[in-house]
Each structure stands twice: as structure tokens, then as C-alpha cells.
Design a binder for this molecule. Structure first.
Ligand SMILES: Cc1cc2nc3c(=O)[nH]c(=O)nc-3n(C[C@H](O)[C@H](O)[C@H](O)COP(=O)(O)OP(=O)(O)OC[C@H]3O[C@@H](n4cnc5c(N)ncnc54)[C@H](O)[C@@H]3O)c2cc1C
Ligand SMILES: NC(=O)c1ccc[n+]([C@@H]2O[C@H](COP(=O)([O-])OP(=O)(O)OC[C@H]3O[C@@H](n4cnc5c(N)ncnc54)[C@H](O)[C@@H]3O)[C@@H](O)[C@H]2O)c1
Length: 492
């Protein structure tokens, strides 16, 4: 350790990671495993948004809602369900999964891999150097011999609407840490956060109005949003698409909030939750000192090196690079980049061709995602529209799940739909979407098929067990084969 001109402590590491969410922790782990010394900087809770205000609490809260809905779909079990989930039990369960917002366990994990944890706000102050400002104002400078990895995540993007500040809207934070159920909740935004929050709070007893300017979960096949909207409506939520909020007012601090909509109507609610996308947490991390624009998403190459920065030392992983705002994709990037950092540090050649050890190819071709709504919506790869837009010659196969007996045994009168998107030239899957109860655990089979580019001729030999929901594969592949045979006869 030495001292900088301003009397700050200066410590040298091989790698400095800024942000100890799931992504920062994973890159640290991989770099340590390669024998590199690693510093990890965290300004709030070790574990990040994912552990305390996003994935983990939302799924801990949603699971009881879905479990009750699942039981209601099974005759015999339905009669045993006499009410809504018990909110005290639900919130206690959530608190256990977020360890009461105490990060000491995750901090121990970081230390257990042999990384040094620095508490405070990390900022680049020149190439390969990060200064950590602690809460008491003292500072520590960390230099990085090989890499700085930015894994600072994202924060809610609130639209600039008159009255939004006074309305004190919920974001994903209160949406996941509240222990009271508002009587009337307006949810603005029909993406992943919006549909999950609407499902959750309606299931816990709020009267939810979901306001979306387009269809729900628009990045998935259109039938996904339609089925989720239908089910939310049947659960008595008020789902309105094609509407925008133009103003908000909450004249009394403890009073209701009024939303003005672009159709001229007004809506009164006890709370309003904005789920209108994310913005990168890069406005105050010193990007200007290395020639980048503060507040911007960080554009990266396949190894997660930031483009337009000389010297192969600055990496950006997870939400901050905007490739796929999902924990599992961020962790994949972290593992890949951690290995790339180690290879570059050792002077080894990189294996960064598509699907190589140092390439995040799946970010482009095989991103899986599950929305834990009721019914669940799960998708991997390209939708039909995206595939056509990318220039593939495709055909689609669509089927309702009730074709499969396994699905009907899982839930009486099983309601769900599946679509495969097939590249007709290569006869491989480009994408798959499943919507229905319990489909989340079905998705990995499709992810393997898409990432592995498994020929459909071979996929036919991957047999699903009778009677499971996975039997839908058998019916989808048979339908594909029938369509192909019919088109051959038609063109003969
Ligand atoms: C409500 C909700 C539900 C979601 N559910 C899912 C889900 O089910 N599955 C899924 O895959 N994804 C889900 N996501 C997305 C997921 O939360 C993110 O993709 C994931 O958190 C990204 O991880 P990260 O490590 O990049 O960022 P984060 O988890 O945001 O962690 C970043 C960390 O960096 C720290 N930090 C920021 N700036 C600094 C700084 N200057 N100095 C030091 N530390 C800093 C932050 O305090 C934070 O701890 C959900 C998101 C939301 C909002
Ligand atoms: N289970 C999961 O995997 C899961 C769950 C939740 C969120 N996430 C991820 O977290 C990220 C953030 O989710 P999100 O839902 O906040 O963002 P999003 O970008 O997925 O959706 C935001 C929605 O808000 C709409 N919107 C934007 N501005 C608006 C405005 N002014 N008025 C009305 N609507 C507006 C957009 O059209 C969009 O449909 C996403 O990338 C998502 O994939 C994942």
C-alpha cells in the first residue's frame, strides 16, 4: 500500500470490480479462481438490486400467489383453498429470502473467495483507477493492473410527467419491500415488472389497475401478453392497454393519488407503481475521466470489453451493458468476462469466436426469460417477428397445451399455448414461447435446443415423460412434421 498525493490510501489489485450485485460477485469469483487479486466495491448492499428489491423478493412474494392459483386448478385441492394467501406469512417469507435486508451473509461470501470488499461509492478517476468514497467522506484509491469491471446495474426510469415527484410513486423498491397491501394500486408499464407487480398485488388483495401504452410484455410473442391480460382481468384486475399517464397529483401527503390519462379520464388510487423501464447506474462513476459519456449504457464486445476505450482494461457486465437485463445473462457475462480477463492477464490467446469460451454468444441467440405471472410466460430466442426481421426464412408451429394429457393432469382444463419458431433452411429452432401454468421449468429444454442448434430431426428422439407438461414437445414436433409433409404434397 502507498499514499496518493492527496493522502489517500492506494492499493493495487489485478482486478477492481465496481458493484457487488450477482454480476459483480460472479466476475470476482472467476477472476479469483484464476489466481488474480480482486477488490470489490459496493455502496449499498452486497447482493445488489436482484437480492433485495428485484428477482428474489418478487419471486418470494409471487410464489404463494401462484401456489394458491395452482391449487384452485386441481379438483380436490381447490376445495381446500378457502381464501387468499395469508399476507403476514407471505411478507415473512419474503423477509427470510432477503435476509431482512442484511447483507452480512453475502459479504462473507465475497470474502470467502479471497476478494477484498470495500464499502463505499466507486468512481473511475483515470484509466485503471477507482476511488472509493466511504459514507464518512474518507477515500481509498484502488488501482487495477489488468481490469476494472463495471457491474453497477440499473435503476428505475421514471418518466418526466407533471406531479410525479409529489405523487411519491412506488418503483420496484416499494413494490418488493412493502409489508402493507394498498387497497387500490395503479401500475404503470406493461413490461416484466408491470405484469409481475400487477399479478402479485392483485393476488394479495389490492384492486390493481394496470396501465400499458402498448400490449403487455411486448417483447414476447403477442399471445403471451394476451393470455396474461385475460388472466389478470379474470382475477378482477383492470387491465387497460393503449393508455398513457399525462399527469399525477397527490395534494395530501397521506391521501390518494389521482392519475390523469391521455384519453381524458382520471383514475384514483392509494398508491401508484411505475414500471417504465430502467436507466443505467453510470451517471456518477467517473465515465468522463476515460472518455465515455456519464449516464450512458456501456457498449461492449463479445468478451464484455467496453468499446472505444483503449488498452483492453475496462469491462461492463450485467444490466449496465443493456444486452439483456436479466440476472442469469449478467452472470453468464461475468463468468465469460472473468475468464477473458484471466486469459488476457496471462497473455493467452482468446477463444472469442461465436460460442467460444470467451464469447457471450448466447446474449444474441438464446436468451431465456420467465415472467412469473399467472399463467407463467416463458420464452427463449427469437419471436417470429424478430426472426423475420433478422432475415431468417421461418415457419411457426402453434399449439394449445391441452393436447398433452400431462398438462391436463397437472391442471384441470389446462389453459396454455406454445409456439416454436423454426429456421426452415437449417431445420433448427430459433425460438420457443410457452405460456401456461408451470411452464417455467419447461423452458430450459427449449434453451438447450436453441443454444445447441439441435436439428429437429434429432429433437424428435428427445422423448418427454408421460404424463408431464413437457409432452407438449411431442405434439409440437409432430405438428411441424405434418406441416412439412403437407407443404411437400402441396408443392408436388
Ligand atoms: C422487480 C424486478 C424483478 C426482476 N426479476 C428478475 C427475475 O426474476 N429474473 C431475472 O433474471 N432478472 C430479474 N430482474 C432483473 C435483475 O434484477 C437484474 O438484471 C439484475 O439485478 C442485474 O444484476 P447486476 O449485478 O447487473 O445489477 P444490480 O443487481 O443492480 O447490482 C448492482 C450493484 O452495484 C452497486 N453499485 C452501483 N453503483 C455503484 C458505485 N458507484 N459504487 C459501488 N457500488 C455501486 C449497487 O448498489 C448494487 O448493489 C428483475 C428486475 C426487477 C426490477
Ligand atoms: N422475471 C423476470 O425475468 C423479470 C421480471 C421483471 C423484470 N425483468 C427485467 O427487468 C427489466 C426492467 O423491467 P421493466 O418492466 O421495468 O422494463 P421493460 O422495459 O421491460 O418494460 C417497461 C414498459 O414500460 C413502458 N413504458 C415506458 N415508458 C412509459 C411511459 N412513460 N408510460 C407508460 N409506459 C411506459 C414500455 O413501453 C415497456 O413496455 C427488463 O429488462 C425485464 O426483462 C425481468
Amino acid at each position: 500500500m502507498s499514499e496518493s498525493p492527496e493522502n489517500q490510501e492506494v492499493t493495487a489489485y489485478d482486478v477492481v470490480v465496481v458493484g457487488a450485485g450477482p454480476v459483480g460477485q460472479n466476475v470476482a469469483d472467476r477472476a479469483r479462481a484464476a489466481g488474480l487479486s480482486v477488490a470489490v466495491v459496493e455502496r449499498e448492499l452486497v447482493g445488489g438490486e436482484c437480492s433485495y428489491w428485484a428477482c428474489v423478493p418478487s419471486k418470494a412474494l409471487l410464489r404463494p400467489v401462484i401456489a394458491v392459483a395452482d391449487a384452485r386448478r386441481v379438483d380436490g385441492a381447490r376445495q381446500a383453498v378457502t381464501g387468499r394467501p395469508d399476507t403476514d406469512g407471505v411478507f415473512a417469507r419474503r423477509n427470510r429470502y432477503v435476509t431482512d435486508w442484511d447483507d452480512s451473509g453475502q459479504a462473507r461470501l465475497v470474502k470467502s473467495i479471497g476478494a477484498d470488499l470495500f464499502r463505499g461509492h466507486g468512481r473511475l478517476d483515470c484509466p485503471r483507477q477507482v476511488t472509493v468514497t466511504r459514507d464518512d467522506g474518507t477515500r481509498q484509491t484502488l488501482t487495477a493492473r489488468h481490469a476494472v469491471a463495471i457491474a453497477t446495474g440499473s435503476r428505475p426510469n421514471l418518466p418526466d410527467i407533471p406531479g410525479i415527484k409529489e405523487a411519491r410513486p412506488w418503483t420496484n423498491r416499494h413494490g418488493t419491500d412493502s409489508s402493507t397491501v394498498p387497497a387500490r394500486l395503479a401500475v404503470v408499464g406493461g413490461g416484466g415488472v408491470g405484469v409481475e407487480m400487477a399479478t402479485l398485488w392483485q393476488g394479495l388483495g389490492a384492486q390493481v389497475t394496470l396501465l400499458a401504452r402498448r400490449r403487455l410484455i411486448p417483447r414476447l410473442e403477442p399471445f403471451a401478453g394476451d393470455l396474461v391480460a385475460q388472466s389478470l382481468s379474470e382475477a378482477s384486475a383492470d387491465v387497460r392497454t393503449g393508455v398513457q399517464v399525462t399527469a399525477l397529483s397527490r395534494p395530501e401527503r397521506e391521501g390518494p393519488v389521482t392519475l390523469t390519462l391521455d384519453d381524458g379520464s382520471e383514475l384514483e388510487a392509494d398508491e401508484v407503481l411505475f414500471a417504465t423501464g430502467r436507466t443505467p447506474a453510470t451517471s456518477d462513476i467517473g465515465l468522463g475521466t476515460v472518455g465515455l459519456t456519464p449516464g450512458s449504457w456501456l457498449d461492449v464486445d463479445t468478451t464484455c470489453l467496453v468499446k472505444d476505450v483503449d488498452g483492453d482494461w475496462l469491462y461492463a457486465l450485467g444490466d449496465v451493458n443493456r444486452r439483456a437485463l436479466l440476472t442469469h445473462q449478467g452472470k453468464y457475462q461475468a463468468r465469460t468476462a472473468g475468464d477473458a480477463i484471466a486469459a488476457r492477464a496471462a497473455g493467452r490467446l482468446l477463444d472469442d469466436a461465436p460460442w467460444g469460451d470467451h464469447a457471450t454468444t448466447a446474449d444474441q441467440h438464446a436468451v431465456p426469460q420467465v415472467f412469473f405471472t399467472d399463467p407463467e410466460a416463458a420464452a427463449v430466442g427469437l419471436t417470429a417477428e424478430q426472426a423475420e426481421h433478422a432475415g431468417h426464412r421461418i415457419t411457426t408451429v402453434d399449439l394449445d397445451f391441452n393436447a398433452a394429457q400431462g398438462a391436463n393432469l397437472y391442471a384441470d382444463g389446462y389453459r396454455g399455448h406454445a409456439r416454436l419458431v423454426v429456421d426452415v433452411d437449417r431445420e433448427i429452432l430459433l425460438g420457443a414461447t410457452f405460456v401456461g401454468p408451470g411452464v417455467s421449468e419447461l423452458l430450459h429444454s427449449a434453451t438447450i435446443a436453441v443454444a445447441g442448434e439441435v436439428p429437429l430431426k434429432r429433437l424428435r428422439h428427445a422423448i418427454a415423460c408421460f404424463p408431464t407438461v413437457s409432452e407438449i414437445w411431442l405434439f409440437l414436433l409432430a405438428a411441424y412434421q405434418r406441416n412439412q409433409e403437407a407443404s411437400k404434397i402441396g408443392s408436388a
